[in-house]
Design a binder for this molecule. Structure first.
Ligand code: NAP
Length: 460
């Protein structure tokens, strides 16, 4: 049984004062970085009950240190397009926190990428990685390069140029990047090849999400999507509910989305809608995953094409309206802030029972309030989508041991990890006086391990 800690009113006030003061300093030091502020605010607010009972963290400036990346790298990425024109993009790597292991986190290639996006993702990654129970620190990187509409040759030239600089900063015991939006097997392959060429040796452990032929792990492709559904099934089960026979809406049609849809369908749910950045499809018979996978993973086409093969389905222009589709379970798996307050209210009016964040920070803070105040089961990104990085850490372990586990071995470990993340988040939420608030539970559970490691390592 979890014993709840009970801080006094004065302790609570001084904890709130500390959190607000550091948050104001973060905003001042990182002006105009709204996504980063949003991520910091969510974590800071949920840590108030911890500081109220453990003032030692405040005395050691833990939040001041945690919210400043250990290293922030920004670099020029020049490349030549198919017309022979020189193009220049900007590359980033935020090496946020290495107190429990080498920096670990994906690379995102999307035109919206800037320092704020990379810092929000890197900051969240610290807590997510800690929650997995594995020895991995927090980092994130990427570029404002848009792979959409580019030829394979252009993507290769860009990624080789990107890796030429990034290779100076990574290594299997330093920083191990992986994929994220716009970075899949093709991009990881080109980057691995370029790193190998630059370093003149075979170091499997410098990237994860690799192809199975050269050090990748079975189950990594499916891990984030499957893990999302494993976590949510655990949460639903606790309340006597299940995926079976429920109606599910999943945004996006990329890596996380495809495998979340696949696992939800395997558990007996009917997935009726999914999207890309142009619009969404609604198929009352259930989304045909084979079509989506071919369109997105092989042909790299727009989701509107789905209706060519499935004329009974509807295509709607505009991706955010997907949340108007009535469903029991909503899994936002596309991008940040895709569910705002208005969308959350529509989901609630349509009697959604559970929301699980497959993407990173897909719900605004106001949207989260709407879900929580209306009794919707809410699974926060740091916990829900941690299966991807957890299996990346299993890929690192296999690379170190120079062996490969079967799909079943990896999948069983993933299920175990997701159950533990759920349990630890529930326990932390209860202990600190906010039962059922998994935003707080996940943030607190992720925070404590990193904070304790930082205290033991001195003021660094
Ligand atoms: P992905 O394979 O590139 O797919 C992204 C999907 O989201 C695509 O369908 C894309 O549509 C859509 N999308 C992207 N930007 C959008 C925007 N601004 N508005 C609407 N839709 C948008 O990426 P992914 O790996 O699935 O990642 C999806 C989310 O999961 C991200 O938040 C990522 O950080 C998070 N995540 C990923 C992993 C992982 O292992 N991959 C792990 C943890 C968390 P278009 O094709 O039209 O762009």
């Amino acid at each position: 049984m979890t014993v709840t800690v009970q801080p006094t009113q004065t302790d609570k006030q001084s904890a709130e004062h500390y959190v607000n003061e550091v948050f104001e300093a973060v905003k001042k030091r990182n002006p105009n970085e709204t996504e980063f502020h949003q991520a910091v605010k969510e974590i800071f607010d949920s840590l108030v009950p911890v500081f109220a009972t453990h003032p030692e963290y405040m005395k050691n400036g833990i939040l001041e240190r945690m919210s400043e990346p250990e290293r922030m790298i920004s670099f020029r990425v020049p490349w030549v397009d198919d017309q022979g024109k020189v193009q220049v993009n900007r590359g980033f790597r935020a090496q946020f926190n290495s107190s429990i292991g080498p920096y670990k986190g994906g690379l995102r290639f999307h035109p919206s990428v800037n320092a704020s996006i990379i810092k929000f993702l890197g900051f969240e990654q610290i807590f997510k990685n800690s929650l997995t129970g594995q020895p991995i620190g927090g980092g994130k990187g990427g570029s404002d390069f848009d792979p959409k509409g580019k030829s394979d040759a252009e993507v290769m030239r860009f990624t080789q140029s990107f890796m030429t600089e990034l290779s100076n900063h990574i290594g299997s015991d330093i920083d191990v990047p992986a994929g994220d939006i716009g970075v899949g097997p093709r991009e990881i392959g080109y980057m691995f090849g370029q790193y190998k060429r630059l370093h003149g040796g075979y170091e499997s452990g410098i990237l994860t999400g690799k192809g199975l032929e050269y050090g990748g792990s079975l189950g990594r492709t499916e891990a984030t999507g499957y893990g999302t559904v494993y976590f949510m099934e655990e949460m639903l089960k606790d309340k006597g509910q299940h995926f079976k026979d429920s109606t599910v809406v999943v945004s996006g049609s990329g890596n996380v989305s495809i495998y979340a849809m696949e696992k939800a369908a395997q558990l007996g749910a009917k997935v009726v809608a999914c999207s890309d950045s142009n619009g969404y499809v609604y198929d009352k018979n259930g989304i045909n995953l084979e079509t989506i996978r071919r369109l997105k993973e092989v042909e790299r086409k727009r989701i509107a094409e789905y209706t060519v093969e499935h004329p009974e389905a509807e295509y709607h222009e505009g991706c955010t309206d997907i949340w108007c589709t009535p469903c029991d379970i909503a899994l936002p798996c596309a991008t940040q802030n895709e569910i705002d307050e208005a969308a959350a209210k529509i989901l609630v009016a349509n009697e959604v029972k559970a929301v699980g964040e497959g993407a990173n920070m897909p719900s605004t803070l106001k949207a989260i309030d709407v879900f929580q105040s209306n009794g919707v089961l809410f699974g926060p990104a740091k916990a829900v989508n941690a299966g991807g990085v957890a299996v990346s850490a299993l890929e690192m372990a296999q690379n170190s041991m120079r062996l490969s586990w079967t799909f079943e071995e990896v999948d069983n470990k993933l299920q175990e990890i997701m159950k533990n993340i759920y349990r630890n988040s529930v326990d932390a939420a209860e202990k600190y006086g906010h039962p059922d608030n998994l935003v707080m539970g996940a943030n607190i559970a992720g925070f404590l391990k990193v904070a304790d490691a930082m205290l033991e390592q001195g003021i660094i």
